[in-house]
Design a protein around this ligand. Structure first.
Ligand code: PMM
Length: 281
């Protein structure tokens, strides 16, 4: 299959809805519900039917403190799922390994989503440049084991924007086309709850970097803490209403894409934002 080289678009006037398909035994957000390839395929098809514009298939849990799977295990998890879903529409491969990205592109993925922004594997950026596929580069300060120790900033929004701008410059210099480069502030990655709120409040500063922006707040811990006492946080599966609100906020500010687990809620939220803007279709 020839990879698509342009960024997918959402429904008119709405951001792209990226539905999460985690083929992991230990993701924080769904606890391994889709670990078997058949279950992951059925889940991806369901998300597509609910209105996901892109499906994001990942085989490595990035929750704080997570152990990395071997390369062989990651390939075993994701390839049948990417291949099975690719005929239905755009699929992104969520990986930090160039070998996994290359194999996924070979079986039909058309975007690469790398939470390390190309920093974890020196072969990733040359691969993406050579294949000419869109690249989602997230703000990253190191692997999940120990990442919260790196949540130290002077001004989190200014610091994240500066680090993202430096990354974007390096990626473009290495041959990634600027119009295919998506930036993501990396909610929950080396960030405290307050850092995440500041990044959401001041999302315009990330958008001002001049690249499409992906917002991935879905079910993250800071949404479980809001309005709750310590020890009484909402569990991940009860964070979809809060996620719908951050989805609406991101849409109003002009995000290119929202990465979500609950596609039904995201589509509803985006329709409400569109209606408020005069498009009640
Ligand atoms: N978050 C997770 C995984 N992949 N990719 C991008 N670009 N942005 C994110 O915020 C992001 C990501 C966290 O894990 P999950 O798949 O369990 O939600």
């Amino acid at each position: 299959m020839t990879p698509a080289t342009e960024l997918p678009v959402g429904r008119p006037g709405r951001p792209v809805v990226m539905g999460v398909v985690n083929v992991t035994p230990d993701s924080f957000s769904d606890g391994g519900a889709w670990f078997q390839p058949g279950d992951a395929l059925a889940h991806g098809r369901a998300l597509r039917g609910q209105g996901a514009d892109v499906l994001d298939v990942g085989g490595e849990s990035t929750r704080p403190g997570a152990e990395r799977p071997s390369e062989a295990e990651e390939l075993r998890r994701v390839l049948p799922v990417v291949e099975g879903l690719a005929g239905l529409g755009p699929v992104s491969i969520d990986t930090m390994r160039a070998s996994v990205a290359a194999a996924a592109l070979d079986v039909g993925a058309t975007l690469v989503n790398d939470v390390s922004g190309g920093l974890a594997d020196p072969d990733m950026v040359p691969l993406v440049a050579e294949r000419g596929v869109p690249f989602i580069a997230m703000h990253w300060r190191g692997h999940s084991a120990g990442m919260q120790e790196r949540a130290v900033y002077d001004d989190v929004v200014a610091d994240v924007c500066r680090e993202l701008a430096e990354r974007a410059e390096a990626l473009v210099a290495a041959g990634v086309a600027p119009q295919r480069l998506v930036l993501d502030p990396g909610f929950g990655f080396a960030k405290t709850a307050e850092h995440n709120w500041q990044l959401l409040r001041r999302l315009e500063e990330v958008l001002a970097l001049g690249h499409p922006v992906l917002v991935g707040t879905s079910r993250k811990a800071f949404l479980g803490k809001v309005g709750r006492e310590p020890g009484a946080e909402r569990p991940p599966l009860e964070r979809d209403v809060a996620t719908a609100v951050t989805t609406a906020h991101a849409a109003r500010l002009g995000a290119w894409c929202v990465r979500v687990h609950d596609v039904v809620a995201a589509v509803d939220a985006l329709d409400v934002v569109a209606a408020l803007g005069g498009d009640a279709s």
